[in-house]
Design a binder for this molecule. Sequence first.
Ligand SMILES: Cc1cc2nc3c(=O)[nH]c(=O)nc-3n(C[C@H](O)[C@H](O)[C@H](O)COP(=O)(O)OP(=O)(O)OC[C@H]3O[C@@H](n4cnc5c(N)ncnc54)[C@H](O)[C@@H]3O)c2cc1C
Ligand code: SF4
Ligand code: SF4
Ligand code: SF4
Length: 404
Amino acid sequence: MKTVISDMDLCTGCGCCENSCPCDAIKLSTNREGFLYPSIDLGLCVDCGICTIKCPNTIDDNKSNNKNDFIKLYSAYLENDTIRLKSSSGGVFYSIAEYVIEKGGVVFGAEFDSNFNVRHGYTDKIDDIKRFQTSKYVQSYVGDNYKRCKSFLEEGKIVFFTGTTCQIEGLYSFLGKKYSNLVTADLICSGNTSSGLWKLYVKYVEKKYNSSVQSVNFRDKKYGWDRFSLKISFDTGAIYRRIFPNDSWAYFFLNHYAMRKCCYKCRYKGIEHKADFTLGDFWGVRERFFELYGKRYDDKGLSFVLVNTEKASRIFGRLNKLNYCILPINTVKEYNTTIDNSAKEPIDRAEFYEDFSKGDFSLLEKKYVRISTWKKCNFLYDFYWRNRIYFGDLYRKIMKKVRC
Ligand SMILES: Cc1cc2nc3c(=O)[nH]c(=O)nc-3n(C[C@H](O)[C@H](O)[C@H](O)COP(=O)(O)OP(=O)(O)OC[C@H]3O[C@@H](n4cnc5c(N)ncnc54)[C@H](O)[C@@H]3O)c2cc1C
Ligand code: SF4
Ligand code: SF4
Ligand code: SF4
């Protein structure tokens, strides 16, 4: 079988090959593990080799040659609490998107379609930015959006393109030249998950609730930003909400079963990113919030923003609805180890996907998920989380007594 690159385990599903093929011979479709991979229609392929040349995996990306002394790190949050609460972190994405649209530009990001598949789309309307707000922890299908982005750029419009680091690399490789009117933001990225596994989960909850899913929020902040929940609303009005680590699908995400092969050895780790901005969460800021902002920690979301280029720096200086502080660059490594470390492949991953192919989420749940029953009660888990330092001390005292 003809493939774009010889080792398809390296493929990120970025879609650069699909967008680059002059004969439309490449389509991304889901493999047996539910991840998007390119397949080539030999009837259309003229063997020009463009797809292979364009694939970011074949570009020698010696990071030491890309050393960027310009990078600056900020913590930031949007002053508007309503929008911040609807964002995953501090709402910096919204702030940049609004700025670009006010300048007559176009914003690209990841959104749900009507069947809760995740795909890329674009808008030039402020009211539509919400489609792309909040992280969808499922791989987004880029479709032909690199081509669309290029035509907007050629028209002279400002384009703000957002996605995972591998998608931004795919975009730059597809474009093949620099555009002064292109602004990009990637994410501190833990990895992309199987869209097939997500669809199986959606089917499972729909059966359980005997209703169709109406909306999904992977980053609901009812219990706070640092105890964010997966919230699913149903047509009947029912709502499922579970503090993230205690949901079964989230268990597969956090324990790395759901990850794509390439994410276990992500080649884009480290502080240096090609995107203009890199956005993430400032986890663990609770104790430092007062020192940074002179007010009580509000648990509504705080972003790390890496401002990687001069262009980004100019824009960041004009985002007047943000509260921000400059930080020493290594603070991001201290508080967000994902920037450097790839997900670890579970030893029984192959077995997991054998079981996945049987098409029954409850079987996977029974066999692999280990979540204590009390943790499934949001109230108890929230109470424990707020008092975990006290409970930790109590546990240590009891253990000490038991040992004596
Ligand atoms: C798969 C994934 C894994 C992540 N892992 C981490 C992590 O380990 N640590 C960390 O600090 N931050 C991580 N993030 C980033 C974080 O969750 C926030 O997206 C980021 O901080 C921006 O928050 P915000 O409040 O500025 O914007 P939000 O309003 O939350 O904006 C969301 C942004 O993310 C983009 N996006 C959403 N879903 C996807 C998707 N499936 N594929 C591509 N782009 C998407 C949107 O286009 C938009 O630009 C991850 C994000 C994703 C999508
Ligand atoms: S261009 Fe992207 S989708 Fe195509 S083979 Fe390379 S990594 Fe995979
Ligand atoms: S070799 Fe050329 S024609 Fe064939 S799939 Fe790749 S880009 Fe398309
Ligand atoms: S971990 Fe790396 S390869 Fe995986 S989705 Fe994120 S940027 Fe792409």
